[in-house]
Design a protein around this ligand. Structure first.
Ligand code: NAD
Length: 366
């Protein structure tokens, strides 16, 4: 079984790679390291540095490795920022995906697994259910839904089988805690480790069901071996929503501190987002068994071991109009978090057991 994992140097992709290796797959990881880390690629996988936007590279890889399965996780998943980097978003997240679908059709890949997002649902549809008609409201969600539709068309036209996952607010070991625009839990941990207040957009009463990686990655990896999963869409993740204020307290407790909170002006975002997981439970046996306290404690232990991480502001903002002020400040702030990046160990076997001005990103998806 030969598998390609795109984004396999990133958070979820590295864990999926690990799970695929455990299942006996030979794995090639393709990642451009824009958001991932070379030393996070699990041992045993072949690493190729390159972009999914490079279709000539993809053509060579597919000829050379004759993949049975493609797990497509590479993306820049900063949902809130996607309004301000529309061209980049569609080039990376949509055109890059289409390049992979083309090669998968040409080479008769047996199954194409795609990590979409609950961002496809848009606002006002809770609990989000796979039977609902998606109504994405931002470029990130639009690109994810466009890829879902393209996969459906490729299945109907060429017989390419697929499995689509719509995860939400996944956290855990090996997450990029230095990204200033996404991953609220990582941002909180990075802030605590630098003695900074936790920053929250709005009143902190927005809710999300934060999902531990160990309850997500194994099901993504195994899905190609479950015939009933073929050509299906699955929500995947935790069931219990928490407010961002509650989350801040749980993260504080994991570090033994009473966190100081700095509330920033609210921004336009979905207020409450949680989804139904009945379908994933029935067809994949996926049940989110890890409590928030337990998952956060595991991630905090890892974060303490690797230390705070320096992140960069996004390089090429295309539209600045209506950008949250705290994100604008990032671009001009001198000497952002001046912390040395720590080496990153490969993902722990989870299935077995920002700077001050960067506000926590709590958008529905990433
Ligand atoms: N983390 C979440 O809560 C969440 C929720 C919903 C969906 N997702 C989806 O899951 C996938 C993985 O997300 P993650 O949280 O692990 O993010 P991540 O940033 O840790 O991983 C993404 C990886 O893709 C790589 N990448 C980005 N653009 C690339 C390109 N053009 N070519 C090759 N590699 C590229 C990055 O370097 C990174 O290693 C993404 O598709 C994301 O949209 C994540």
């Amino acid at each position: 079984m030969r598998s390609l994992v795109t984004g396999g140097a990133g958070f979820i992709g590295a864990h999926v790679t690990q799970e695929c290796l455990r299942l006996g797959h030979e794995v090639v990881v393709l990642d451009d390291l824009s958001g991932g880390f070379r030393d996070q690629v699990p041992e045993g996988a072949l690493f190729v540095e390159g972009s999914i936007t490079d279709h000539a590279l993809l053509a060579r890889l597919f000829v050379e490795h004759k993949f049975d399965y493609v797990y497509h996780l590479a993306a820049y998943a900063a949902e809130g920022l996607s309004h301000f980097i529309r061209r980049f978003n569609y080039t990376n997240n949509l055109i890059g995906s289409v390049n992979l679908i083309n090669e998968s059709v040409r080479h008769e890949v047996k199954c194409f697994v795609f990590t979409s997002s609950i961002a496809v649902y848009g606002a006002g549809q809770v609990p989000m259910d796979e039977a609902m008609v998606p109504q994405p409201e931002d470029p990130y969600g639009v690109s994810k839904y466009a890829v879902e539709l393209d996969l459906r068309a490729a299945h109907e036209m060429f017989g390419l089988d697929y499995v689509v996952f719509r995860p939400h607010n996944v956290y855990g070991e090996n997450q990029n805690i230095g990204d200033k625009y996404r991953n609220v839990i990582g941002i909180f941990m990075n802030q605590i480790m630098q003695g900074q207040p936790l920053t929250i957009f709005g009143d902190g009463e927005q809710t999300r069901a934060f999902s531990y990686i160990g309850d997500v990655a194994p099901h993504i990896a195994r899905s190609v071996h479950e015939p009933r999963a073929r050509n299906q869409v699955f929500n995947i993740g935790a069931d219990i929503p928490y407010s961002v204020n509650e989350l801040a307290r749980v993260v504080g407790r994991a570090f033994g501190v009473e966190p100081e909170i700095r509330y920033l002006p609210p921004r336009i975002e979905v207020v409450n987002a949680y989804s139904s997981h009945e379908k994933a439970a029935e067809l994949l046996g996926a049940r989110a068994g890890t409590s928030l306290e337990e998952g956060i404690a595991r991630m905090a232990a890892w974060a303490r071991a690797v230390g705070a991480r320096k992140g960069q502001p996004f390089g090429e903002i295309e539209v600045r109009r209506n950008m949250p002020p705290s994100w604008r400040e990032l671009e001009s702030e001198p000497g952002l978090a001046d912390v040395a990046p720590a080496p990153t160990p490969a993902p722990a076997p989870v299935s077995a057991p920002a700077p001050a001005s960067a506000a926590a990103s709590v958008l529905a998806a990433p």
